[in-house]
Write a protein that binds this ligand. Structure first.
Ligand code: NDP
Length: 458
């Protein structure tokens, strides 16, 4: 039986439908961007309708239009002397509350739509951190897999030849993302420095010897687990003893698993684009050290874990069929489908925290919310990475380095404050359940929208 809607709910639905129709028309074929905006608009529309000043100022229309998008060609030479051509973008989405800030992604699936969804989400995530950072995102359809370090270096240097004129420590500060880790940031920063003849913190995620911050590498994964701990503490519980299913084996997944182990949880899966490992005994610190060496040094496949430790390998599969208390999607967008949400809920999963950006498709999110489990959306749960990037910028500007304890303490404080903002805006009046999607979207919206209103029509 379909749910009956009140007249107010119907009005919100109609407004969302009209808005989304216009957005789809203005941005055809950008399905990832449509998805991110729809999830956002669904939750903020009731508030917008109650506050006519936002509608009069066309805030939602303006917020969903990037300030600018820079598209450029990147040519480079491979090790065999062949000339290769890739396309790159920088989406400068919104700088209402600070310079553009967001990562660069190198992956063959990168399109303008993917970068627009990521840049859009970044605006509100950055607002939640409480630091003065606007939203941006960039990257290229360059595939780093199977390339030599020299090829990666030549690509990064060529990319920076164009990118450097659009970024700066007070303008736009890129960082890493999928396919862009410490090695790539170092190549790009080296080239930036050479082109500009200035040593400033225009990129974050730098090496510790040249302006990087302690805890930046770990920040996104650690922050996701800190946020989860905040949700559980709010209910008088903790992650200790919880069986956790994690996807991915890159930066975010690795450090989410590390923090889960440190807090006494039992992570049992990791994955890559080839498949998932399922270690019923739990991934320990020693086993994780193997994963780090495998992924960060040898750049091998997660299937080697199963061979080494004699556990199950689920070829070509995501880990969502594995019974768990908590799930941490930490690989990529739309990796957790509607049917996966069914499987997780059926198996008793009570917590989902998004380490990756938009890993759950919209139907899956709706199912988690309908089941009233603890669902932490990416904007809130993975904001620890950009937060520590913001702290790296502060340290660069002050020309000092904080200790590991100082940075970790600040990260803790920021994740706690994001949780409090979500509770403030997402608390449910009747039964105490917190809608973290609504909470995160609303808290981010209010901050960015009010800054936009203050500037007038710009
Ligand atoms: P990495 O490149 O370090 O790792 C990505 C992981 O996801 C790898 O295990 C990779 O497997 C897997 N993966 C990537 N694409 C796919 C795909 N299409 N299908 C299946 N598996 C895939 O990236 P990060 O860990 O940095 O980023 C992971 C997610 O977290 C992304 O959504 C990113 O936007 C988000 N994020 C990252 C932040 C950071 O600080 N790094 C900050 C905030 C969010 P394989 O190697 O086989 O491709």
């Amino acid at each position: 039986m379909s749910k009956q809607h009140t007249p107010e709910e119907k009005m919100v639905r109609d407004e969302v439908a009209t808005f989304m129709k216009g957005l789809r028309k203005r941005n055809p074929h950008e399905k990832e961007f449509h998805q991110a905006v729809e999830e956002f608009v669904e939750t903020v529309m009731p508030y917008v309708l109650e506050h006519p000043e936002y509608k009069e100022a066309q805030i939602l229309e303006r917020m969903t239009e990037p300030d600018r998008i820079i598209i450029f060609r990147v040519c480079w030479e491979d090790d065999s002397g062949n000339i290769r051509t890739n396309r790159a973008w920088r989406v400068q989405f919104n700088n209402s509350i600070g310079p553009y800030k967001g990562g660069l992604r190198f992956h063959p699936t990168v399109t303008q739509s993917v970068l627009k969804f990521l840049g859009f989400e970044q605006c509100f995530k950055n607002a939640l951190t409480g630091l003065p950072m606007g939203g941006g995102k960039g990257g290229s359809n360059f595939n780093p897999k199977g390339k030599s370090s020299r090829e990666i270096m030549r690509f990064c240097q060529s990319m920076m030849i164009e990118l450097h004129r659009h970024i700066g420590e007070d303008t736009d500060i890129p960082a890493g993302d999928i396919g862009v880790g410490g090695r790539e940031i170092s190549y790009m920063f080296g080239q930036y420095k050479r082109l500009e003849n200035r040593f400033v913190g225009t990129l974050t995620g730098k090496g510790l010897a040249f302006g990087g911050s302690l805890v930046r590498t770990e920040a996104t994964g650690y922050g996701t687990v800190y946020f989860t701990e905040n949700m559980l503490n709010h209910l008088g519980d903790s992650v200790e003893g919880k069986t956790c299913v994690v996807s991915g084996s890159g930066n975010v997944a690795t450090y989410a698993v590390e923090k889960l182990i440190q807090l006494g949880a039992k992570p049992v899966t990791m994955s890559d684009s080839g498949g998932s490992i399922y270690d019923k005994d739990g991934i320990t610190a020693d086993k994780l050290a193997f994963v780090k060496e495998l992924k960060e040094v040898r750049r091998g496949r997660i299937s080697e874990y199963a061979e080494k430790f004699g556990c199950e390998y689920m070829e070509g599969k995501t880990p969502w069929s594995v019974p768990c208390d908590a799930a941490f999607p930490c690989a990529t967008q739309n990796e957790l489908l509607s049917a996966d949400a069914d499987a997780l809920l059926k198996n008793g999963c009570k917590i989902v925290a998004e380490g990756a950006n938009m890993p759950s498709e919209l139907d899956a999110v709706r199912k988690f919310l309908a089941a009233k489990i603890l669902f932490a959306p990416a904007k809130a749960a993975n904001a620890g990475g950009v937060a520590v990037s913001g702290l790296e910028q502060s340290q660069n500007a002050l020309r000092i380095s904080w200790t590991r304890e100082e940075v970790d303490q600040r990260l803790h404080g920021i994740m706690k404050s994001i949780h409090e903002q979500c509770v403030k805006y997402g608390g449910h009046a009747n039964d105490g359940w917190i809608n973290y999607v609504k909470g995160a979207n609303m808290a981010g919206f209010v901050k960015v929208a009010n800054a936009m209103l203050a500037y007038g029509v710009v």
